[in-house]
Design a protein around this ligand. Structure first.
Ligand SMILES: NC(=O)NCCC[C@H](N)C(=O)O
Length: 427
C-alpha cells in the first residue's frame, strides 16, 4: 500500500522561508499559478490518433497560443504570478545528472511507443540543449527525425505506419490534472489514460529538484506510483477542512480512499473528503467539468449529473477507528451534503446553460461549468458560454471572459488549464 513520501530533504535553515505551496480553498485569492503554453505537441495531432490523444479536433497553433497568452495576461493583470511548466522543467534539468536520469525515466515510461528504440532515442534527445530537448519530449519524436545513417538495428528499418517514436503530449496545457496542491503538499497523480501518464513525471522532478521547491519540505499525499488513478480535475479543495473528489471516468474510488487516509493521518487539517460520483463518460471526464466552486456558497453545476429527482451518490469519508481506515456515510442530495460539510444554511447551485436541455449540454461540452475562481466571487470563464456567464453575473459573480475558439477543442476550460500553487487563506 502506498504511503506518503517526503521528496525534498529537510533543511531547517529554510523552514522560516515562505512555503512555496499553499492551497486551502478553491476560491481564496490566487497568488501563484502554473500554466503550460500550448506548443508543438499540438501540431503533432493527426486525425488517426485524435481519440487516443484525447482530443476531438486539431487546434490551430498560432490562435491557441494567442488565446492562451490572453489567459495568462488576464491572470497577470490581476496580480497573479504565472509560472510556466516548460520553463520550470528546463530549470530543473539544468544539472546533467538529473537531465540524464529524467530522460531514462521518461523513456522507460514511453516504452510502448518507443518500439524498442530506447538507446537511439536517448542519444537523440541528449544531443539537444536542455530547452530544445524538453520541447522534443513534450512535442513528440517522429520516426522520420532519426537520421537513417544511424539506423543499425532491424527494428529501426521496419516501416510501420505509426509515425512516432515518442508520442506528443498535447494535453500538457491542462496543468490541473497531473498533480493537485492540497495545503502545503500535493498529490502527484497516477493518471488514467496512457496518453497522459507521463505528464506527472514533470511535476515529480520539479518538486524534487527545482530550487524553488526542493529546498522545502513538501509532503506528497499520494504519489504517482500508487496503482489506482486520480486526476486533479477531480480534486476540489472546498476549504481547509473539506475536499471534494469526483469518482469519475478518470479517478478511482481506491485512490480517493487512500488519499483520504493519508490526509487524515498526516494531520493536514482535512477532516472530510466528499466523494462525488459522476457519470463515467467523455464529456464529464472530471468533476470540474460539471461542478466548480465560484463563491463561499455558490457553485456551478451541470444538471445532468443528477437524476430526474435531483439525486446522485455522494459519500462522506472521515477518520475511522484506526488510522488506516475511513468511516463512510452515504448522501443522495449534493446541495444538502455541501451545506452539511461546509456548515452553511444557504447554498446556491447555478446550472450550466441555465438548465435548458440544449444550452446546458452545449455549454457544458465547451466547459461552461469549468470556472477558475481567482478570488471569492471572481471567476475566469470562456466567452463562448454566454448563457452560463450571464447567469453567473445575475448571481453576483464577477465574470472575466477569455477567448476560447481553439483552447476549447481540447475539452477543458480555465480551471483545467491552471494549477493553483498559492492561494490566500479564506477569512
Ligand atoms: N480537468 C479537466 O477536465 N481537464 C481537461 C482535460 C482534457 C484532456 N483532453 C483530457 O481528456 O484529459
Amino acid at each position: 500500500m502506498n504511503t506518503t513520501i517526503e521528496l525534498a530533504s529537510s533543511n531547517p535553515s529554510k523552514t522560516s522561508m515562505k512555503h512555496p505551496i499553499h492551497v486551502t480553498s478553491e476560491i481564496g485569492t490566487l497568488k501563484t499559478v502554473l500554466l503550460k503554453r500550448p506548443g508543438i505537441e499540438v501540431e503533432n495531432l493527426v486525425p488517426e490518433y485524435l481519440q487516443r490523444l484525447l482530443f476531438d479536433d486539431i487546434p490551430y497553433l498560432p490562435i491557441i497560443q494567442r488565446e492562451h497568452d490572453y489567459f495568462a495576461e488576464t491572470l497577470r493583470n490581476r496580480g497573479i504570478e504565472v509560472l510556466y511548466l516548460e520553463k520550470l522543467v528546463v530549470e530543473t534539468l539544468s544539472n546533467e545528472k538529473i537531465r540524464r536520469q529524467f530522460v531514462d525515466e521518461m523513456l522507460r515510461e514511453s516504452q510502448s511507443s518507443a518500439n524498442g528504440a530506447t538507446d537511439t532515442l536517448r542519444e537523440y534527445l541528449l544531443s539537444f540543449p536542455t530547452q530544445a530537448m524538453v520541447e522534443k519530449i513534450m512535442g513528440g519524436v517522429l520516426k522520420r527525425e532519426i537520421d537513417t545513417t544511424k539506423k543499425v538495428h532491424l527494428y529501426e528499418f521496419m516501416e510501420d505506419h505509426y509515425p512516432f517514436y515518442l508520442d506528443p503530449m498535447p494535453n500538457l496545457y491542462f496543468t490541473r490534472d497531473p498533480a493537485a496542491c492540497i495545503g502545503n503538499g500535493l498529490s502527484i497523480n497516477k493518471m488514467r489514460e496512457p496518453a497522459r501518464q507521463r505528464e506527472s513525471l514533470f511535476m515529480e522532478y520539479i518538486m524534487r529538484y527545482h530550487p524553488r521547491f526542493a529546498t522545502h519540505d513538501i509532503p506528497v499525499w499520494l504519489d504517482r506510483d500508487y496503482p489506482f488513478s486520480i486526476e486533479g480535475g477531480d480534486e476540489l479543495i472546498l476549504n481547509g477542512e473539506v475536499i471534494a473528489i469526483g469518482v469519475s471516468e478518470r479517478t478511482s474510488a481506491k485512490a480517493i480512499e487512500q488519499l483520504a487516509v493519508n490526509l487524515f493521518k498526516k494531520q493536514t487539517g482535512i477532516k472530510k473528503v466528499m466523494a462525488v460520483e459522476i457519470p463515467k463518460c467523455r464529456a464529464f471526464m472530471h468533476l470540474d467539468t460539471v461542478f466548480t466552486m465560484v463563491d463561499h456558497n455558490k457553485f456551478t453545476i451541470h444538471p445532468a449529473i443528477q437524476d430526474s429527482s435531483g439525486h446522485m451518490n455522494v459519500y462522506i469519508l472521515e477518520k475511522g477507528i484506526d488510522e488506516n481506515v475511513v468511516s463512510i456515510s452515504h448522501r443522495t442530495n449534493l446541495q444538502d451534503a455541501l451545506k452539511e460539510v461546509l456548515g452553511l444554511s444557504e447554498l446556491i447551485l447555478i446550472p450550466c446553460g441555465g438548465g435548458d436541455e440544449i444550452a446546458s449540454s452545449r455549454e457544458q461540452w465547451n466547459d461552461g461549468s469549468n470556472t477558475l475562481a481567482i478570488a471569492p466571487g471572481v471567476v475566469i470563464t470562456y466567452d463562448r458560454n454566454y448563457i452560463s456567464n450571464e447567469l453567473l453575473r445575475q448571481h453576483g459573480i464577477e465574470v472575466i471572459e477569455i477567448p476560447s475558439s481553439e483552447l476549447s477543442r481540447g475539452r477543458g476550460g480555465p480551471r483545467c488549464m491552471s494549477m493553483p500553487i498559492v492561494r490566500e487563506d479564506l477569512k
